[in-house]
Ligand binder design. Structure first.
Ligand SMILES: *[C@@H]1O[C@H](CO)[C@@H](O)[C@H](O)[C@H]1NC(C)=O
Length: 222
């Protein structure tokens, strides 16, 4: 019987997103026009490898992060991002919602609420979903009418546009490096009465009913 170990790591969003209260006070002093704000030369920049996009900030497409608890390009609320093939401005400033240049709106799955979605949808804008937490957090997204609202998805599903199945895996090496405990030692522990399989999960009673599956599996493991 193969050793099966599922280890599910749940990282609270607040540890790497930006909480709205961090920005609430400083927002009072921002210029009225978000666009002016974003075209300041001081917008900080992530320089990706090999990027040669010559466009100035005021010509770049804008990606709007809609979910207020999540803006991975902190500490500011706006940043120029240079990827390998082109550049864009990313922002969490909702004032840009109706801009022509705002090409896509990104939603965080756990926080997505239909009643606060930016409606009506503009025909030139796409919606993108970033959903890396438990499906239990938002049942709407487990139904095709819900998930089909999004033109691009990055989820735990292998079939999504940018699957996040292995996102917390540090490297391939991590999976392939030699087992920590030699087989002889494990066999000794088996003879001493220890179980052959360890199963770990982050919570119980999930809708996939995996608890019952594991209970059934236990019948076949000596
Ligand atoms: C994005 O998805 C919506 C809803 O399914 C659809 O109406 C729209 O045509 C799509 N836009 C693009 C550019 O694919």
């Amino acid at each position: 019987m193969a050793l099966c170990l599922w280890l599910i790591v749940v990282v609270p969003v607040c540890s790497w997103g930006q909480r709205p209260e961090d920005t609430a006070d400083s927002g009072v002093f921002q210029p009225q026009s978000a666009l002016t704000d974003m075209e300041f030369a001081s917008v900080s920049t992530y320089r990706g490898p090999g990027n040669t996009d010559p466009r100035p900030n005021n010509k770049l497409p804008i990606l709007l992060w809609w979910s207020s608890n999540l803006f991975p390009h902190f500490p500011g609320d706006t940043e120029r991002v240079d990827c390998a093939h082109s550049s864009c401005l990313v922002t969490s400033n909702r004032k840009v919602q109706l801009y022509r240049r705002t090409a896509s709106i990104i939603f965080y799955g756990t926080d997505f609420r239909a009643y606060e979605a930016p409606l009506p949808r503009l025909s030139h804008q796409t919606w993108a979903l970033f959903h890396e937490e438990s499906p239990m957090n938002n049942y709407l997204l487990s139904h095709s009418v819900g998930i089909r609202l999004f033109n691009y998805t990055a989820t735990f599903r292998r079939e999504s546009d940018y699957p996040l199945t292995l996102q917390w895996l540090p490297s391939l090496d991590y999976l392939l490096k030699p087992m920590a405990v030699p087989l002889q030692e494990k066999n000794r522990w088996r003879q001493a009465g220890l179980a052959p399989v360890l199963y770990m999960q982050s919570h119980c009673d999930v809708p996939s009913d995996r608890d019952r599956y594991v209970q059934e599996l236990m019948k076949y493991i000596e």
